[in-house]
Design a protein around this ligand. Sequence first.
Ligand code: APR
Length: 247
Amino acid sequence: MNIYQEAAKHIIDSRYCVAFTGAGISVESGIPPFRGRNGLWNKYDPRSFEIDYFLQNSARSWEIIRDIFYDLFGQVHPNTAHYALAEMEKRGLLKSVITQNIDNLHKDAGNKEVYEFHGSLKEIICLGCEQKVNVAQVDMNRLPPTCLMCGGLMKPDVVFFGEAIPKHAASRSIDAAQKADCMILIGTTGTVAPANMIPSRAKAGGTTIIEINPDPSEYTNRITDIFIRDNATKAMEHLMDAINELN
Ligand code: APR
């Protein structure tokens, strides 16, 4: 049995399989990762994504966010790996996707149960009255955007460093990690807390951890049971082939 058949058997035999994804699953859609080769943090200072910096330099922070994320947002599309997870959910092989990504690509691919641990670029939120609007309504040439309801400062509805994780996403993700008997990690270094404790939480409960990554991560030698060393699209293609053979 090859590594894909082994992984496929665990997924098919599982009662509750979930996926945990990071920036790596979107690299082949054209979105650079944060770390590693051509990582965003090699070019931009992550401090501009700290909430305190944003509050003191909102125009500058918005310009950087626009250049890094919004120039791409809406221009990029899900790739084979995103669609494979949507197909797995459709077939009842996957209960949910817990993602650290803010690019909305899992929902674009068709997954219904998606817990966005770091929020999403799709909406912006008023820091005054918490009114949310679709980012399509923002004039990116007049930054920072202010709230039409109360005039307050608006920010992308994503988690800045120093901000709390959205309650709904946190509770659903922890619940999924506790229920999971199989978890597929795709494209994450596992370096950012508290998101990075989700796979460890699952492992502590006896979950089988399948990891897809071209390079080892913080998880590989610690909690990973099946390490598929490959890019997300190729790995998910082979995994789906193995699932189709067995199912
Ligand atoms: N397929 C699969 N994995 C890939 C690919 C690919 N084609 N290319 C790169 N990777 C892997 C890298 O080996 C690395 O392990 O994706 C991972 C990207 O790591 P990070 O950029 O650190 O992304 P992530 O783990 O999601 O970062 C977590 O950090 O800055 C914060 O909020 C940000 O959500 C992000 C969090």
